[in-house]
Design a protein around this ligand. Structure first.
Ligand SMILES: Nc1ncnc2c1ncn2[C@@H]1O[C@H](COP(=O)(O)OP(=O)(O)OP(=O)(O)O)[C@@H](O)[C@H]1O
Ligand SMILES: [Mg+2]
Length: 125
């Protein structure tokens, strides 16, 4: 699914990727990276907060689990990424929802009783 979606992402796209602990957010980003021809291994940026990868487009993978305020987020230089020409994907974006661009794509992953994943996507043309 991530790989398929990657073809529809325009330069500068911002994705708010939501879902509780361990639903498969980082796994979904791996699919997107595959679609962007990124060969590097995608790891969870829980401690580094942001990982940058370069393929057909730049991919900024953020994980805000450990971020406490918008100020802390902004000090990491995130505006340049969010308003740049790469693709920005943000796990735990709930923490900064009010500051995201109006055209942010929302993807929500949830786990069904049979352990399959339900992926809701809003905002991709
Ligand atoms: N579509 C899927 N179907 C079944 N299992 C999956 C799927 N996606 C991910 N998983 C499994 O779920 C576990 C958690 O995946 P992942 O690390 O991608 O979740 P996460 O939402 O990024 O977690 P965190 O909240 O810690 O950032 C992994 O063991 C992964 O293999
Ligand atoms: Mg993750």
């Amino acid at each position: 699914m991530g790989k398929n979606i990657s073809e529809k992402l325009k330069s500068g796209a911002v994705i708010a990727l939501q879902g509780t602990l361990g639903t498969g957010k980082t796994t979904f980003v791996k699919g997107i990276a595959l679609g962007l021809d990124i060969t590097e291994n995608i790891t969870s940026p829980t401690y580094t907060i942001i990982s940058e990868y370069y393929g057909k487009k730049a991919l900024y993978h953020m994980d805000l689990y450990r971020i406490d305020s918008y100020e802390e987020f902004e000090l990491l230089g995130t505006d340049e990424m969010i308003y740049g020409s790469g693709i920005t994907i943000i796990e735990w974006s709930e923490k900064i929802t009010d500051y995201l661009p109006d055209n942010t794509i929302n993807i929500n992953i949830s786990i069904l009783p049979d352990k399959k994943r339900k992926i809701d996507i809003v905002g991709i043309q």
